[in-house]
Design a binder for this molecule. Structure first.
Ligand SMILES: Nc1ncnc2c1ncn2[C@@H]1O[C@H](COP(=O)(O)OP(=O)(O)OP(=O)(O)O)[C@@H](O)[C@H]1O
Ligand SMILES: [Mg+2]
Length: 234
C-alpha cells in the first residue's frame, strides 16, 4: 500500500506568547506550515515578526504556548523535556548568526560536542564523523584552532560542521550570513546550496532577498503569522 508521504514538519495553529509584566507578545500567532523532507525554505519578514521564535520552536530550543508541532511524525508538543532533548540531538542541527562556538574549545572539540551529548559512539567513530564534517566544510586544516583564531567565515563553517556532524534530518539557520562580509556570506550560501542538493532539509531565516531567492520556497511572516508562502520561480 502506498502511504502518502508525511511532512517532516507539520505545524497547526502554533502559538508562542511571551508574557512580561508590561506586555503580552504574540510572537507566533497561529502558524500553519508543512515542510517536506528535502525542502529548502527561506523565512523572511520585518524585524520582530517572529522568525527567530519560529526557528527556536522548530529547533526545540523553545516551547510553543499552544497548537501542534509534529517533527517526523512525533507529536513534539506532547512529549516531555527529556524526550525533546533526545529528539533535538538526533534530528536537528542549528546554525546561528553569531556562530555560538565555545571559545575554550578547539574546532574539533566544538564539532564533536553534539556526538558526545548524543552518546553511544566510540571515540574512533566520533573522530571519523568529525573528520568527515570538517572536510565537508573545508576546515580540516584548522581543526586544532580555537574560534578566536579564525575569521568569521571560518567560524561559521566550523559551526556548520557542528550542525551537520550528527546527520540531522533538519538544518535550521537563523541569518547565517548576518555577521559576515559578502564574500564569506556567499561561501556559506554555496555550502547550504550543496547540503540541500545532497538531500538536507533546510529552513533559513534571512533578510537578504537574493539569498532567499536561492531557496525553493519563500515564506514571508508578518505579526506572528504567515503572510505569503510560495515556490520560487526557477
Ligand atoms: N524572550 C522574550 N521575551 C519577551 N518577548 C520576546 C522574547 N523573545 C522575543 N520576543 C518578542 O517576540 C517578537 C518576535 O521576536 P523574534 O526574535 O522572533 O523576531 P524576528 O522576526 O526574529 O526579528 P529580527 O528580524 O529582528 O531578528 C518580538 O516582538 C520580540 O520582542
Ligand atoms: Mg531574529
Amino acid at each position: 500500500m502506498n502511504e502518502p508521504t508525511r511532512p517532516l514538519i507539520r505545524l497547526r495553529d502554533l502559538k508562542r506568547i511571551y508574557t512580561t509584566e508590561q506586555l503580552e507578545t504574540h510572537a507566533l500567532d497561529g502558524i500553519d506550515l508543512d515542510i517536506d523532507d528535502g525542502e529548502y525554505v527561506a523565512v523572511e519578514g520585518p524585524s520582530g515578526c517572529g522568525k527567530s521564535t519560529l526557528l527556536s520552536v522548530l529547533g526545540l530550543l523553545d516551547e510553543a504556548s499552544g497548537g501542534e508541532y509534529r517533527l517526523a511524525g512525533v507529536p513534539v508538543t506532547d512529549i516531555d523535556a527529556e524526550e525533546q532533548a533526545r529528539l533535538r540531538n538526533r534530528e536537528i542541527g542549528f546554525i546561528f548568526q553569531s556562530f555560538n562556538l565555545i571559545p575554550e574549545m578547539t574546532v574539533r572539540e566544538n564539532v564533536e560536542l553534539p556526538l558526545i551529548y548524543r552518546g553511544g559512539l566510540t571515540t574512533t567513530a566520533r573522530r571519523q564523523a568529525v573528520d568527515e564534517a570538517l572536510a565537508r566544510v573545508d576546515m580540516s586544516a584548522r581543526a586544532e584552532h580555537r574560534p578566536a583564531q579564525l575569521s568569521g567565515g571560518q567560524q561559521q563553517r566550523a559551526a556548520i560542521a557542528r550542525a551537520l556532524v550528527g546527520k540531522p534530518s533538519l538544518l535550521l539557520a537563523d541569518e547565517p550570513t548576518g555577521n559576515l562580509d559578502s564574500a564569506s556570506g556567499e561561501r556559506i550560501m554555496q555550502l547550504l546550496d550543496e547540503l540541500h542538493a545532497d538531500g538536507s532539509t533546510l529552513v533559513m531565516v534571512t533578510h537578504d532577498p537574493d539569498y532567499a531567492a536561492r531557496a525553493g520556497r519563500r515564506v514571508r511572516m508578518k505579526d506572528g503569522r504567515i503572510d505569503t508562502d510560495g515556490s520560487v520561480a526557477a
